[in-house]
Design a protein. Structure first.
Ligand code: FAD
Length: 621
């Protein structure tokens, strides 16, 4: 049957990409349908119960700055929060939260169910309705045809999903869920470049059978961080600890002894796995010299005894899994609740996408999440939001929008994917961004919320909170720039014990804040009657301390932008430029771009490479 309601956007899949896509589209006022296998699994964490971490939290904060759900759900479901790299510079500081799976899922579902313009329907999408080169809607396995102007596909690990435990395998989307076979077959008929990737998950352990007394306890941070710019510590549920233990020589021997029944080492699995989240068998093989690996024992929630042993993802046979778990300190008597497994699935070459995440072959069809070759909830959510907003813009007859690499990690993620493609599951790192100091997790709102408001993504409540924060920053900036400390004043006397040298003349508070010995807290202690919000204080401090570097990065971006039309001579010798990778050299030699702008658009040519070309051109002239 033809469903009577016409949608602007249909999103297939209610995972991390799909939920952000559906919410973004609906926030923009477009009639949106979220079509997913099972309403109970909306926002389900397929693997580890954690959100954020280095590089990833930057994406979460950007999703949040555009009013997405991930950070808000994390604040409601987070049972342990930590700031990683807290002693390092602000560019690499990252928030990570352990989540109670059930609370997280419930928070995502509540956000979805309360979102105006969004309908949810539980059903498998089996086919896309395509006329010519234009998508028109979706056909479900019950035979219902839903029509829309755009479709966002976010099928995760489900397309042609095959689960492996030892040499046994069966079809599945993830443990306990069906795969998507009909849709996978249909997509293989379309002109997309499809390949296989693989990922894996560890066995889950019953906490009642674990001896925590021989493990190292790892509590969360105090004061408690929040993930969302709108987040409040009071929203967090009860906080609990994680624990640390290690593998040992015996564990490694057991794993080596099982490799002849490993689907990865016997060639049964063909897909490539995530390099930075390898299985334990991969770690033993690749780092043969190490006789121990750290394992984080992470609780899966407040109302369950299930534990996630982070670091022993495996697809070894179950008997080997049991032996290897029992060889680990504190888990000698452990009971496995769910076996570990690997999953192989179809993914599409992301070079077949535009920056908006619309496919180049089928108009109105957008791809987001794991199917684009990425791994991780955060990477999926970020793409989902971008695809959802562009699918909605398409339905509104508006031009696509996407952030540049110097504006957001979302920009870096999408630009990397569509220009370079990926042959292994792609995850985000701060090192992937050239302009790290500009793209901090503390300023994602200042980078994106205003644009988000213009796009129609931001609620009035968030907009008001953001505007008030900006005003408070402005006020405090003015106050510290205009408050002068005289050498013998009461303020100077209070500061002197903290300073390397006593003040020789008058300084503004802002000048003093630039000194490495002083923090914003020291400056604030001079006027205890004035209470400034912690997020405002953080902005004041980071900007004061790093202003020089930040300005330098902004100048560099401007310089490269101005050089867009700078000519690259026909006889330009790329070989002599040290620092350019051989791959980039050969691409440039082959394509022979005429300007730097053209060179920058050659897939795989990075902004760092363009800077090198620019420097070299300057030297030549
Ligand atoms: P998913 O979260 O998989 O969501 C896909 C959704 O689409 C599901 O709700 C599904 O039911 C629905 N769906 C699929 N097909 C259809 C259809 N035809 N019709 C209707 N609905 C459909 N990430 C890491 O960062 N590190 C890891 O170590 C890691 N290990 C993993 C191990 C396993 C076993 C699995 C399964 C995943 C692992 N992940 C890991 C990946 C992480 O789970 C994903 O990156 C993330 O969930 C991707 O989000 P997504 O929205 O693209 O897809």
């Amino acid at each position: 049957m033809d469903y009577p309601k016409q949608y602007g956007v249909i999103v297939i899949g209610g995972g991390h990409a799909g939920t952000e896509a559906a919410l973004a589209s609906a926030r923009m006022g477009v009639a949106t349908l979220l079509l997913t296998h099972n309403i109970e699994t909306l926002g389900q964490m397929s693997c580890n119960p954690a959100i954020g971490g280095i590089g990833k939290s930057h994406l979460v904060k950007e999703i949040d700055a555009l009013d997405g759900a991930m950070a808000r759900a994390t604040d409601k479901g987070g049972i342990q929060f930590r700031i990683l790299n807290s002693r390092k510079g602000p560019a690499v500081r990252a928030t990570r939260a352990q989540a109670d799976r059930i609370l997280y899922k419930a928070a995502v579902r509540a956000i979805l169910e309360n979102q105006p313009n969004l309908d949810i329907f539980q059903q498998s999408a089996d086919d896309l309705l395509i006329v010519g080169e234009q998508v028109k809607g979706v056909l479900t396995n019950m035979g219902v045809r839903f029509y829309s102007q755009s479709v966002v596909l976010t099928a995760g690990t489900f397309l042609g999903g095959k689960i492996h435990i030892g040499l046994d395998n069966h079809s599945g989307g993830r443990a306990g869920d069906p795969p998507s076979i009909a849709l996978a077959d249909r997509l293989r008929e379309l002109p997309f470049n499809v390949d296989r990737l693989k990922t894996g998950t560890p066995p889950r352990i019953d906490a009642k059978t674990v001896d925590f007394s021989v493990m190292t306890e790892q509590p969360g941070d105090a004061p408690l961080p929040v993930m969302s710019y709108m987040g409040k510590v009071e929203e967090h549920p009860r906080q609990i600890s994680c624990y640390i233990t290690h593998t040992n020589e015996r564990t490694h021997d057991i794993i080596r002894g099982g490799l002849d029944r490993s689907p990865m080492y016997t060639g049964v699995i063909e897909g490539i796995g995530p390099r930075y989240c390898p299985s334990i068998e991969d770690k033993i093989h690749r780092f043969a010299e190490k006789n121990s690996h750290q394992i984080f024992i992470e609780p899966e929630g407040l109302t369950t005894h299930e534990l996630y042993p982070n670091g022993i993802s495996t697809s070894l046979p179950f008997d080997v899994q049991l032996d290897l778990v029992h060889s680990i300190r504190g888990m000698e008597q452990a009971h496995i609740l769910r076996p570990g497994y690997a999953i192989e699935y179809d993914y599409f070459d992301p070079r077949d996408l535009r920056h908006s995440l619309e496919t180049k072959f089928i108009q109105g069809l957008f791809f987001a999440g794991q199917i684009n070759g990425t791994t991780g909830y955060e990477e999926a959510g970020a793409q989902g939001l971008l695809a959802g907003l562009n699918a909605a813009r398409r339905a509104q007859d508006k031009e696509a929008w996407y952030p540049r690499r110097d504006e957001a990690y979302i920009g870096v993620l999408v630009d990397d994917l569509i220009s370079m493609g990926t042959t292994e599951p792609y995850r985000m790192f701060t090192s992937r961004a050239e302009h790290r100091l500009l793209l901090r997790e503390d300023n994602a709102d200042r980078r994106l919320t205003e644009k988000g408001r213009e796009l129609g993504l931001i609620s009035d409540e968030r907009w008001q909170a953001f505007s008030e924060k900006l005003e408070a920053i402005e006020r405090e900036e003015q106050r510290i720039s205009g408050t002068w400390v005289l050498p013998d004043s009461a303020m100077a006397k209070q500061l002197n014990p903290k300073l390397e040298r006593a003040l020789s003349h008058e300084y503004s508070l802002k000048d003093l804040l630039r000194r490495p010995e002083l923090t914003y807290k020291d400056i604030a202690a001079l006027t205890p009657e004035l209470v400034v919000d912690a997020a405002v204080a953080e902005q004041i401090e980071v900007v004061a301390k790093y202003e020089g570097y930040i300005t330098r990065q902004q100048d560099e971006i401007e310089r490269v932008r101005r050089s867009e039309n700078t000519a690259l001579p026909a006889d330009f010798d790329y070989e002599v430029i040290s620092g350019l990778s051989n791959e980039i050299k050969s691409k440039l030699k082959q394509i022979q771009p005429q300007t730097l702008g053209q060179a920058s658009r050659v897939p795989g040519v990075t902004p760092a490479a363009i800077s090198l070309l620019l420097v070299h051109l300057k030297k030549r002239s």
